[in-house]
Design a protein around this ligand. Structure first.
Ligand code: ZN
Length: 501
């Protein structure tokens, strides 16, 4: 067994070397590359992606996998070997199910559609993008047919981002959440005057912002000896290896929130990947279990920890010291309210903790309706605006601030959106499980200590990498399947208190 298994691992590692070389190029492209390098860089990255894809989907890899499986016999479920074989089998079959011609057509279409989308959003002209969206939907439906599914084509698409998750489950989880969220949003909307965020909109020196954010995520436990923080336009985290997980952020000199909370968010992603067990490094098991699980960690560190009262009881005096003229006379409660202000708005990425999920649900419902053909592409902008009005009480003034705002539909990423809200729900489920195991955690946050929380997450989630599907990790960590009640209770408690509802 050793020989066949070792041969498989060696091949998978080589494929991963090619992929991670591509990741370094991608990181460089977003952080340091001169703009003029874009064309050559795109070609370099395409070549590396193609080489990795060809090598992985080859008959040789299939043969090595088959031999390793035969030799392995009965392995204990959850062992590194068993998980590696199971995950590699699933990845390999999925990669082989979709014909190369369709993969190439989708890649070509995504590149073209992205250009069209950028222009359509600039010009506020949905009709010029409508044809591209229709093609995206057609290609996604074809892909789903090739991938296969039991109940709904969308199941096949979600599974790419959230292994094991089904459309029906998302529907049920979202329906429960929405029932609780809409009245909360309406109650807050009647009292928006109770919280103001003007204190965040002042000039804040960028170097001081960076020093504070770096200090905070270092205290969280993001390991700068195995990572680094750089500037970029669209912040992201990227893993090269367990010992090299980089994060990025962006600074607004007149608004404190983007860099501060963006850095915490990306550090959450980063700590997840830094926490993967070293023995999984370089294999397909290194990395996060799913996008939702990944997002649960970015959201937990950003929101559940970083926007909590205990956290700021400790850190606010230090922030005031860095910005005495801006915050010196601003009370902690005023600051805590400002960073948690709820304001229904058109743009998803600027949304607060409460309204954010309504943006996601709207996209999920429209994606389903479009894929099923219940909604015509030409009618989608009106459907978008109606859904915004009924759930958030506002109508986007333009399609650029409505249906054209997100990159996902131009990139063919259908099935992606639900993972954001699943991540939010998970963030609270996992945090509460950690607190149930260690009731001292909130008091530790108020002392600026995060070790207990981070170690619990590492044990329950991080170290396992992709060894288990998200629902298995959730069941083991929380003792229950994922459901939205704890998250809804968290939001209701936090914002009923803040808005004195
Ligand atoms: Zn994220």
């Amino acid at each position: 067994m050793e020989n066949h298994f070792a041969a498989l691992v060696r091949r998978l590692q080589e494929i991963r070397h090619v992929q991670k070389a591509g990741a370094v190029l991608a990181w460089d492209q977003e952080t340091h590359m001169p703009a003029a390098g874009a064309v050559a860089r795109a070609e370099q990255m395409t070549t590396l992606a193609r080489l990795a894809h060809e090598s992985f989907t080859s008959d040789e890899t299939g043969d090595l996998l088959h031999k390793a499986e035969e030799a392995a016999g009965d392995l204990e479920y959850g062992s590194d070997e068993a998980s590696l074989l199971r995950v590699t089998r699933k990845d390999w079959e999925r990669a082989r199910k979709v014909p190369v011609a369709l993969v190439m057509e989708s890649t070509r279409h995504a590149a073209l559609a992205h250009e069209v989308w950028v222009k359509a959003r600039e010009d506020n002209d949905f009709s010029s993008f409508a044809g591209c969206l229709q093609t995206t939907l057609d290609l996604a439906n074809q892909e789903a047919e090739y991938l296969g599914y039991d109940e709904h084509p969308y199941d096949a698409l979600i599974d790419i981002y959230e292994p094991g998750m089904k459309t029906a489950q998302v529907r049920a989880i979202f329906a429960e959440l929405k029932t609780g969220l809409v009245p909360l949003v309406q109650a807050i909307a009647a009292h928006t005057d109770r919280v103001d965020d003007a204190v965040l909109h002042q000039p804040f020196d960028e170097a001081a912002q960076e020093a504070f954010g770096t200090m905070v995520v270092d205290r969280f436990g993001y390991d700068f000896s195995r990572g680094r923080l750089d500037r970029t336009v669209h912040p992201f985290a990227i893993g090269i290896s367990v010992n090299d997980v980089r994060i990025t952020t962006r600074f607004d000199p007149d608004f404190l929130s983007p860099a501060l909370f963006g850095t915490m968010h990306e550090a959450g992603h980063g700590m997840y990947e830094q926490g993967v067990a070293p023995e999984l490094d370089g294999t397909p098991l290194a990395g996060g279990a799913s996008l939702g699980m990944h997002e649960s960690q970015s959201r937990m560190w950003e929101n559940v920890v970083g926007r909590s009262r205990p956290f700021w009881e400790h850190f606010y005096p230090q922030l005031q010291q860095r910005f005495p003229s801006q915050l010196g006379t601003v009370a902690l409660e005023t600051f805590y309210g400002a960073i948690n202000r709820v304001q229904p708005s058109c743009i998803r990425v600027e949304a607060d903790e409460v309204t954010y999920n309504l943006h996601i649900m709207l996209r999920f419902e429209l994606e389903l309706a479009l894929l099923e053909g219940r909604l015509r592409v030409a009618d989608a902008p009106a459907a978008w605006n109606e859904a915004m009005q009924s759930s958030l009480g506002i109508t986007p003034p333009t399609d650029s601030e409505g249906i054209l705002q997100d990159v996902h539909w131009s990139g063919g990423m259908l099935g992606y959106f639900p993972t954001y809200t699943l991540g939010n729900i998970l963030s609270v489920a996992l945090y509460e499980a950690a607190v149930a195991a260690h009731p001292t955690i909130p008091a530790e946050l108020a002392r600026g200590e995060f070790g207990t929380l981070r170690r619990w997450m590492t044990e329950a989630v991080y170290r396992h990498g992709r060894k288990f599907e998200p629902h298995e990790l959730v069941q083991a960590a929380t003792g229950a399947p994922l459901h939205s009640q704890p998250y809804l209770a968290y939001l209701t408690n936090k914002f009923t208190d803040l808005y004195r509802l």
